[in-house]
Design a protein around this ligand. Sequence first.
Ligand code: ATP
Length: 577
Amino acid sequence: MKTPEFFKRSELTATLWLFRREFLIVGAFSMIANVLMLAPTLYMLQVYDRVLTSQSELTLLVMSLLTLFLFAVMGFAEWMRSRVLVVAGVRLDEQLSTQVFNASFEAHLSQSGNVPSRSFGDLIQIRQFLTGNGVFAFFDAPWTPIYMAVLFFLHPWLGVMGVVFALIQAGLAWFGHRHTLAPSEAATQANADAGSFLQGKLRNAEVLESMGMIRNLQARWADRHQTYLARGAVSQHLTHRITAISKFIRYTQQSLALGAGALLVIDGQLSPGGMIAANVLMTRALAPIDMIVGSWRQFIGMRAAFARLETLLLNYPPRDPAFKRVAPTGQLSLEQVCAIVPERPTPILQNIDLQVKAGTVTAVLGPSGSGKSTLARVLVGIWPDVSGQVLLDGLPINGWNRIELGPHIGYLPQDVELLEGTIAENIARFGKVDPAQVIAAAQSAGLHDMILRFPKGYDTPIGEAGNLLSGGQRQRIGLARAIYGNPVLIVLDEPNANLDDAGEAALFRTVQELKANGKTVFLITHRPGAVAVADRILLLRDGQIQAEGPRDAVIAAVQAARQPPARPAPDLTALPA
Ligand code: ATP
């Protein structure tokens, strides 16, 4: 069947549409269960009005067995509909979790979206609602009019009474929705804020402890937590008040229905069996409305989670399943590239034009804040907002599927960012560990002997964020990870910041090896020694290229510029004397 327009809006709605069969099956089982809900009513009518008057035990036995059978069918239908929804819930999760994972990852990368943990919480919330009791209320609610019709059939006044109570309950549900929506969303938001504040700060536990900052932070977190508690209390008070009113109405309705029935029996307009049956039926007719009122909070939470997840998946749709491309050689060209940040009036990088042949080592120099790390991110195609063209082998780098491009790229960021796992797993980028390649990368990075000195060698766990290693060791493992698997474009952002002389010498040897193997290397550094291994130099200042070209030509130009004192000289601090 063709997917209707509405369901094409996002992956989320489109995926839900895939479950239409399951919803139809649940609807069918709900129909069976709800029709059979009339069985106790009929049984009571028969027992009071037929069995008691005829005194026939056989009729009672037959009626009882039949009713028992109908109850069994009803129980089976209810069990089946729960089962179908639980299985569908697991499948829904399986269908969506990869997309949610990828989308939240991209949102994180572009620093503008949900945090990943929240998105998975949202997915769980949707699944729990769709497989929980609350959703059955929505399947049972359409049966309320049918029960009402039977009530009208028993006696018009009983029908009127049922309608009045249904309207009151529905009004209460609507009132609940209007008044609890804002406070409950505000409470959820405040809770998420307090949670992410705490999570962010706990990552820097050592800094907090060493400078006694914990109390200051605790006070700031407590402010946020208080906001959550206050907003949560407002929303809970309201919900409880509505639940209490709803209970009051339910009890009133039960007694009044019986009273009204009794009055009709006294008047001779209804049989005693009809009175009892009407009472059971009315309670049954109002049960879904009652359930909707009870699970309103859950429904609102689910709706908000749905909207958040839908926005996330709309903003970060699955990428094109990549047209298979030939492996790049590492030739790079930047045309009028600007790296943009929404909150900054001027781009961080402006009008960068650059042509780099495969097998070239480029040293990127410039003062702090000149845009070197940003250029590194642009070069590997992870800066979210870039204008102009970044072409790898003549093709836009952001047109690649990252999974396909990743193995061709080596990137060592300024903050090395190792992941929890073993040294071998980190070097092998968490793919299938190929021992020969891991050792080759470690040897190139001058790391092999150091790793062998660890008690567990390559299987040494490095702890979360690599915090069981020294800064220099982390940097070398990051370098080995960057060159693992023979990538063609390697961008190293201050790879020697934490290295001793031996480490730096190993790094330069690695760069020379890479160059000899025809790889394209960008070496971002503050240390002048790196210039010696470079073919080209790129000098950045205030996000613009100040000088760029073959190493000796740039050095000569810079030195010439130093001569006449009147001309403004480019920043030379990073160049060798
Ligand atoms: P350093 O040598 O100190 O590492 P750098 O040359 O690598 O500096 P970048 O990290 O590229 O400089 O930063 C260049 C400028 O861009 C800085 O002014 C920085 O504040 C700004 N910047 C970097 N990343 C972002 C971001 N995500 N959002 C907003 N501004 C940013």
